[in-house]
Write a protein that binds this ligand. Structure first.
Ligand code: NAD
Length: 493
């Protein structure tokens, strides 16, 4: 049954939302974890408190299904038909999914309806359409032999998700992995599991076999770790913090050397050169810095500005921010909702405090919004006079606190941009083509935008350099490479 967004908002108010474990032929004895909405700090429902037994059960069913071939041995065209049906079901339920992410993660409803959920649906359509167009190869051999390079699904895939784009991150992992024929076990973030639960239900309705897709909810240590350490999981594709990414490498090294793909944090630079068109740049700079409450891995959280245009730019940014309404994300006019939870809110707040202590100059913001009830709201905040040795320059905040730093030469700008152990994304603004080529080549990051802010789209691979991750890319046909292994078969006479 389709639920409208108003019905979801009502269920949330009544504390009746639910995300249990979805594992074929397994009755979980797991307890429950409260889902607390960051909008008003109220319990909106429950998720299963999964554990190692649930992971064991999920892996067993996933392995049996994979080896049995019910999904893995279907032709790409057959899997495509099921995945297209699933995509259409997601489309029918898009308002419901948007409302779930809004109440669960505190994301603005307008963003969920217009950006996150459409992108989620597009991702599923895109991989469904692509799978029967991915060819193997034939080696250039002599005529009496034939060498085939064949693509095969890998087997049992663990997908470990963060909370910042719940539905979209589910799609980035599940769409290519499942469409390629693997059996996928999803472990959503414990803070935001509701939309994942609904999407797995819809996948079953579309005809995805239950053993090919399971959901195990719960905490990282109780569910993520047993998944990472399981001897019969072939690969874990992880998106989350660099700290937890490290754990997954350790889990793999101490278990079965499963493949690990890491999409981790960032501290992305935005560079504004002296010749930039400031008026055109301002909306992009603000979007890069504050979109999704800055709970965004590619957030442009370090603004490097040529000293001659810094004051003018800061004035324009302050002015531009006036149209960014902070408030209850159920309000369609709101573009900045609350931080996802109290602990995260406190972390963001501590960055504001430490930057003030270390000599940052507050340009705007810095306050929490006490007039918005008991949710975890932080004003978009800009600090000038941030230097490269300051805490704010080097660390991912994942909240709306922008560090501004000035430079005088192009080389200095590129050096500052690269002065980070992250390398996920970067953007810069200039009208000079020669400079654009040089700077784009000089910056060490996976995605670079010139005169705008973009993470690319479904057609282009997304992933980081340095400690932002490695092992594979999300999006693009390149994402299939994470979940496919190549086998070489020689036919000899
Ligand atoms: P997180 O690392 O805290 O959690 C991610 C997942 O790992 C969750 O499902 C969590 O339950 C699980 N986990 C936590 N501790 C674990 C443990 N000890 N063992 C096993 N699993 C464990 O990250 P988060 O706070 O959910 O998300 C924010 C982070 O994600 C940011 O650093 C952000 O930059 C990053 N991120 C990166 C991308 C990207 O594509 N590079 C995209 C979105 C978010």
């Amino acid at each position: 049954m389709i639920k409208t967004k108003e019905e979801i908002f009502q269920l949330a108010k009544d504390g009746k939302l639910w995300a249990g474990n979805l594992i074929a032929e397994h009755t979980s004895s797991a307890g429950k974890i409260e889902c607390v909405s960051p909008i008003d700090n109220v319990v909106i429902g429950y998720i299963a408190d999964g554990n190692a037994q649930d992971i064991d059960a999920a892996v067993k069913v996933a392995r049996n299904t994979f080896e049995g071939g019910e999904w893995s041995q279907k032709s790409p065209a057959e899997r495509k038909a099921v995945m297209l049906k699933f995509s259409a079901l997601l489309e029918t339920h898009s308002e419901e999914l948007a409302a779930l992410d809004c109440v669960d993660a505190g994301k603005p409803i307008t963003e969920c309806l217009n950006t996150d959920i459409p992108a989620t649906i597009d991702t599923f359509y895109w991989y469904a359409e692509a799978i029967d167009k991915v060819f193997g190869k034939i080696a250039p051999t002599a005529n009496d032999v034939m060498g085939l390079i064949v693509n095969e699904p890998i087997g049992v895939v663990g997908a470990v998700l963060p909370w910042n784009f719940p539905a979209q991150m589910f799609a980035w992992k599940v769409a290519p992995a499942l469409t390629a024929g693997n059996s996928v076990i999803v472990k959503p973030a414990e803070l935001t599991s509701l939309s994942a639960y609904r999407m797995v239900e819809l996948a079953y309705e579309a005809g995805v076999p239950k053993g090919a897709l399971s959901l195990v909810c719960g905490f990282g240590e109780k569910v993520g770790e047993p998944l990472g350490r399981h001897m019969d999981v072939d690969i874990v594709s992880f998106t989350g913090s660099t700290e937890v990414g490290r754990y997954f490498l350790k889990y793999s090294a101490e278990s079965n050397l499963k493949e690990i793909v890491l999409e981790c944090g960032g501290k992305s630079p935005q560079i504004v050169f002296e010749d930039a068109d400031l008026d055109a740049a301002v909306p992009h700079i603000l979007a890069s810095a504050f979109w999704n409450m800055s709970e965004n891995c590619s957030c442009g959280s370090r603004l490097l500005v040529h000293e001659n245009v810094k004051d003018a730019l800061l004035t324009k940014l302050k002015e531009g921010l006036k149209s960014w309404k902070v408030g209850n994300p159920l309000d369609p006019e709101v573009s900045i909702g609350p931080m996802v939870e109290e602990a995260h809110f406190n972390k963001v707040k501590s960055f504001i405090d430490v930057t003030l202590k270390e000599g940052g100059k507050l340009i705007t913001g810095g306050n929490i919004h006490s007039d918005l009830g008991s949710g975890w709201y932080v004003e978009p905040t800009i600090f000038d006079h941030v230097t490269k040795d300051m805490t704010l320059f080097q660390n991912e905040v994942f909240g709306p606190v922008l560090a501004v730093c000035s430079f005088t030469t192009d080389d200095e700008a590129v050096t500052l941009a690269n002065d980070s152990h992250y390398g996920l994304a970067a953007s810069f603004y200039t009208e000079n083509l020669k400079r654009a080529f040089k700077v784009a080549n000089g910056i060490k990051a996976g995605t670079i935008s010139v005169n705008g802010f973009s993470e690319g789209d479904i057609t282009t691979p997304f992933g980081g350099f340095k400690q932002s991750g490695f092992g594979g890319k999300d999006n693009g046909l390149e994402a299939f490479e994470q979940y496919i292994q190549q086998k070489v078969i020689w036919y000899m006479n």
